[in-house]
Design a protein around this ligand. Sequence first.
Ligand code: ADP
Ligand code: TYD
Length: 211
Amino acid sequence: MKGKFIVFEGIDGSGKTTQINELSKWLMETDLIPEKNQLVITREPGGTELGKSIRSLLLDTSKEKSPDSITELLLYAADRSEHVNKIIRPTLNKGDWVISDRFCGSTVAYQGYGRKLDIKLIKDLETIATEGISPDITFLLDIPVEESIKRRINRKDDRIEQEGREFLSNVCLGFEELCEDSRWKKISAINSIKNIKSEIQSEIKKLIKNE
Ligand code: ADP
Ligand code: TYD
């Protein structure tokens, strides 16, 4: 039996970490996950041991180490291939559930709409890295760029976060377009943590009911 694969997407500061914590707490209290199975929380970039090294290369803020945009794309693809093969696929095959903070949608939004790289190239790399693994449901935490910047005010920006407002607005546009996929649920991230949490819970219940 195959487990469920849940993904959270959204710009930095949209509340992904907060909602992943809330959802995992709630899932542990319900009987939606069979008793013999587990819940694995992971993320991209950096969900594997090798991925942690790739993450630090990708988010390093020193100018000399800043990658060319194709190099950046290939590093995200390498991180994803390792993540799918070492964590996501084996976990789902055991019937365990996976929640991932970001997946392929982030590459389309950041490298495609943000960096303006060719979407066909991004999709081809996605096919190579995922080998057919796709989320059962993706939540987009939708937040205005200004609000996300306010929420990150006390946090040190990583290299991607330093790109600025225009870049982030393009990324948001990318996420909007991806939301046309029926397995994506757009959630307004400016609601209260409690309301967002309930909306997510009801979508998960629907997912299980319709299987
Ligand atoms: P992300 O993982 O997407 O970067 P976080 O979950 O770390 O986002 O949230 C960024 C900041 O915003 C944190 O300080 C968090 O407490 C706060 N936050 C998260 N969700 C909400 C919300 N619905 N309303 C107000 N503040 C929020
Ligand atoms: P993340 O750790 O999720 O940042 P945060 O917790 O602040 O939301 O992601 C690190 C950065 O990597 C983030 O700015 C988005 C970027 N990213 C891409 O540009 N492309 C990708 O394919 C992925 C997965 C992330």
